[in-house]
Design a protein around this ligand. Structure first.
Ligand code: GLN
Length: 484
């Protein structure tokens, strides 16, 4: 089998057993990249040629190591809102088009300690605001299964690159679904860890109470492998949790008999595509045959999640993005008569339409006189959502839902209709509001486009998500299927 079709775990074993060299691995992906990347445009900064050079150095280094770290010599792509020292980090915004961070995000530092090889910085919706990568200031990434469809977003480049097989794994960020939704659309595995599990030091902030870095991989085992490396407490991120990191790979291959899965009936509502619903229920059925108990549960606050999210996320964004004023970071307008005009022209020229819409929505929700009616009320709804999750988790181990109401939509189809675009997050946002972990795993196809099932877990119980989703994954062949 070609090396580019192998999983991160398989490649890791091959390198550690010295059956293949890092350069052979990276060269295989470089060749695949050369063929496929021009068709999908997943990278803003494509570093694959440099990666090949770096891999050759790793070929030599490997002989001097007493023990070879699991990710040594393995190529991984990074979403372009995660800071990489000396490498442009644009957030797909004109505002940061030429910004080169002077430091690495903690997750990057951890990957470097392993000896990983960066293949490039992947495309996203500007500042991670969107569900399709169409909000990138530079270009739209295409879905590797159908070039006329979006890859999802905002981590669209990270998901498309793994889906297309040009890289075995990538990092993304998820504020309201940005890892899980594109993973579902591109037929790969996407995990949003518990809020606080993975340090966000160096992740460019969108909505700080919701943002979380996570993984996109071909297999669930690869998710576990990568999570072992990037998780853990970080004093540089005050929201990072002081929790021990379990060995996530120890949950791979564990039996699932006796576990209890809840199906929240509000996630199987009218409006969801019938094939998507069918495939998700089929997956649950397969698990039931393997000995899990399935019960219906009710989560009535689900219907308020989108509204509350689209108050809270823009409010935090309006505050976080205030720093882009042309003084310290990035773009500055060239013609202005005074300071005030410099600020306003810089922001007018530097931000795209969706980012401006969010800044306006957020500023409005936070303004005196409206704060209580919008922001405060949304926060109360958020508390109810959290309490509802904690209540159902007294009865069940995990929840199963569709990741998205439908498969990947057409490029341009929802671009002019923000409400329709926002509604594609309907099954993912409540997870971020509650801060719990969730994973999307492929569960079938509709007209050649992938479908994802979402498993949601208790706080810091990613282990159980890995256990159940790995077990499910191995009942089918979807993880072995590549787009033509
Ligand atoms: N699509 C959602 C939004 O536009 C979520 C984005 C994300 O998770 N970064 O806000």
């Amino acid at each position: 089998m070609s090396l580019w079709k192998k999983s991160l775990t398989e490649l890791s074993n091959l390198i550690r057993n010295k059956e293949v060299k890092p350069s052979e691995v990276v060269e295989a992906f470089a060749e695949r990249t050369e063929q496929v990347e021009p068709k999908i445009n997943s990278y803003i900064t494509n570093l694959i040629d440099k990666a090949v050079e770096e891999a050759k150095e790793k070929d030599n280094q490997i002989n001097q190591l007493d023990s070879i770290p699991p990710l040594f010599g393995l190529p991984i792509a990074i979403k372009d809102n995660i800071s990489t020292k000396g490498i442009k980090t644009t957030c797909a915004s004109k505002m940061l088009e030429n910004y080169i961070p002077p430091y690495d995000a903690t997750v990057i530092q951890k990957l470097k300690e392993q000896g990983y090889i960066i293949t490039g910085k992947t495309n996203l919706d500007e500042f991670a605001m969107g569900s399709s990568t169409e909000n990138s200031a530079f270009f739209t990434t295409k879905n590797p299964w159908d070039y006329s469809k979006v890859p999802g977003g905002s981590s669209g480049g990270s998901a498309a690159s793994v889906g297309a097989g040009i890289v075995p794994a990538s990092l993304g960020s998820d504020t309201g679904g940005s890892i899980r939704q594109p993973a579902a659309f591109c037929g790969v595995v996407g995990l949003k860890p518990t809020y606080g599990r993975v340090s966000r030091y160096g992740l460019v902030a969108f909505a700080s109470s919701l943002d979380q870095i996570g993984t996109i991989t071909r297999t669930v085992e690869d998710t576990a492998l990568l999570m072992n490396v990037i998780s853990g407490h970080d004093p540089k991120d005050s929201t990072s949790a002081n929790q021990p990191t379990p060995d996530f790979t120890s949950f791979v291959g564990k039996d699932i008999k006796g576990l209890k899965i809840g199906l929240p009936k509000e996630f199987f509502i009218e409006g969801i595509d019938t094939t998507v619903k069918e495939k998700v229920l089929q997956a649950v059925n397969q698990l039931e045959k393997e000995g899990v108990e399935v019960v219906e549960v009710s989560m009535p606050t689900t219907k308020y999640a989108i509204e509350a999210y689209y108050i809270i996320a823009p409010s935090e964004a309006s505050s976080n993005l205030a720093r882009y004023d042309g003084v310290r970071y990035g773009y500055r307008a060239s013609n202005y008569k005074d300071l005030e005009e410099m600020y306003s022209k810089t922001r007018d020229e530097g931000f795209g339409a969706e980012v401006k819409r969010r800044i306006m929505l957020g500023t409005y929700s936070l303004s005196s006189g409206y704060y209580d009616a919008y922001y405060l009320k949304a926060q109360k709804v958020r508390t109810l959502i959290y309490q509802e999750f904690m209540k159902v988790f007294q009865d069940v181990d995990i929840l199963a839902t569709p990741t998205t109401p439908d498969t990947a939509f057409g490029i341009g189809e929802k671009a002019d209709d923000p409400i329709q675009m926002y509604l594609s997050d309907i099954f993912t946002v409540s997870v971020n509001m509650a801060g719990v972990p969730a994973i999307s795993v492929p569960c079938g196809f509709k007209d050649g486009l992938p479908i994802g099932i979402q498993f949601i877990g208790k706080p810091f119980d990613e282990g159980k998500l890995i256990q159940v989703s790995h077990y499910y994954e191995r009942l089918n062949d979807y993880y072995k299927t590549f787009p033509e």
